[in-house]
Design a protein around this ligand. Structure first.
Ligand SMILES: *Cc1c(COP(=O)(O)O)cnc(C)c1O
Length: 422
């Protein structure tokens, strides 16, 4: 079957033909046959340089041989136990060694689970019920955080099936807005359990915190007795060895992980101060559990991956990525287009927007129609990025300078098509 037929077939048995909504783009997505290194190959045999990288997890490139060897060897010893293993201790120690705020770690199965559990823990620890998030931030698909933005006020659900009562304790403020946050904390500190933040907003493209913003958030939360949760499901083990808290030098109370931590397999984790983490069951009164939590395959893949991610790895990957972003800036300059090339470390995006993007409101003003023309043209040229202006693109250790040159060329051509330039 060709991809159009596969999509039609899929739609009969899977809602919308996909198992996660962003994967369904028009007229139909390609179906994957296999992926290796920096490439992903579809059922028609077309090969794409992959900058989606499964929306973040694949930092060593697809199907890394050393990681796969460790995973095969673990598979021969069993795939799920319902009892603890030594490797879980090893991976927890690896996380604690890297991540400034991590004194204890609890493994779960996804980033969604991690933020859900961390929010429950923050509420359990503080005895307060409101939470604050930033407009446009994504913390997974669970009820408390799947909300529409609504400055300062209680948020409305962003999905049918979520009762308004469920989101009435979720407040939101614009990213990079110190005053809005300060005002909210002053007004409601005695009710607010935590502020949860993506230190770099990877789910509205790629927006960095203004200099001093994270420091301000840390100080303000401390001052008002509110816990600070860094949602590092994307930035963890992506922007540096110890994630964005190492990169920016800010220590939150709790942190959530997913994506890269599983080395390409499903995982999530939350970590933080011992005093808080000790409240989790069976030690304490905050319940949280999972059949597959600490799954030996995911744990092994995570260990095998993290052991490769040393400071040298991040230095090399950042240098490659900096050169690449510079080449995009040069291309746009040559074309006389003032679009925003953004990103840090191995994250990047081009906002189809002539003005700087610093929060959700400004990101939304990007030209998403042109972006989708650009996306489709990139596919034709052999480059796969997420099909949305509001996702982040990634570079892996497996991307060679030739790959990146190929991508830069394709981007130049695709931008010319989208903006109708010769
Ligand atoms: C992807 C993501 C999540 C959700 O993780 P899943 O594993 O998809 O449940 C949560 N927070 C952030 C910042 C993410 O990027």
């Amino acid at each position: 079957m060709n991809p159009e037929e596969l999509f039609n077939e899929s739609k009969k048995v899977i809602p919308g033909g996909v198992n996660s909504p962003v994967r369904a783009f028009k007229p139909y997505p390609f179906f994957v046959k296999e992926a290796k290194g920096s490439s992903i190959i579809d059922t028609e045999g077309n090969s794409y340089i992959d900058h989606c990288l499964a929306y973040g997890p694949i930092i060593l490139g697809h199907s890394d041989e050393d990681v796969m060897a460790d995973v095969y060897s673990q598979m021969q010893k069993g795939t799920a136990y319902g009892a603890p293993t030594e490797d879980e201790i090893e991976l927890a120690k690896e996380v604690i060694d890297r991540v400034p705020c991590a004194e204890m770690v609890r493994f779960v199965n996804s980033g969604t689970e991690a933020t859900m559990a961390a929010i429950r823990l923050a509420r359990g620890y503080t005895g307060k019920k409101k939470i604050v998030k930033f407009e446009g931030a994504y913390h997974g698909a669970h009820d408390y955080v799947l909300v529409k933005s609504g400055s300062g006020a209680a948020c409305l659900p962003d999905s049918k099936g979520i009762p308004e009562e469920t989101t009435s304790n979720t407040l939101s403020v614009p990213f990079n807005d110190k005053q809005a946050l300060a005002y909210l904390l002053e007004e409601h500190a005695d009710e607010i359990a935590c502020v949860i933040i993506e230190p770099v907003m990877g789910n509205i493209g790629c927006v960095q915190p203004d200099p001093g913003f994270l420091k301000f958030v840390r100080k303000a939360t401390e001052q008002f007795g509110v816990l600070l949760i860094f949602d590092e499901v994307i930035t963890g083990f992506r922007v540096s060895r110890g994630g964005s808290q190492e990169y920016f030098g800010i220590k939150p109370d709790l942190v959530t992980f997913g994506k890269i931590l599983g080395g390409g397999f499903p995982i999530g984790a939350y970590a933080g101060k011992k005093e808080i983490m000790e409240l989790i069951a069976p030690n304490g009164p905050v319940y949280q559990a999972g059949t597959f939590a600490g799954n030996p395959i995911s744990i092994q893949a995570g260990l095998s991956t993290l052991r490769r991610l040393d400071y040298q790895f991040y230095a090399d990957l950042s240098r490659k990525s900096d050169e690449f972003r510079k080449s995009l800036v040069d291309i746009l300059e040559d074309l006389g287009l003032k679009l925003q090339v953004v990103g840090l470390s191995s994250m990047f995006q081009i906002y189809f927007n002539k003005k700087p993007v610093y929060n959700y409101e400004t990101a939304k003003k990007s030209d998403t129609d042109k972006f989708m023309i650009y996306f489709r043209e990139l596919l034709k040229q052999g480059v796969f990025i997420p099909p949305s202006q509001f996702e982040c693109n990634f570079i892996s250790g497996a991307h060679t300078r030739d790959d990146l040159e190929f991508t830069a060329n394709a981007i130049e051509n695709a931008i010319k098509v989208a903006w109708d330039l010769k």
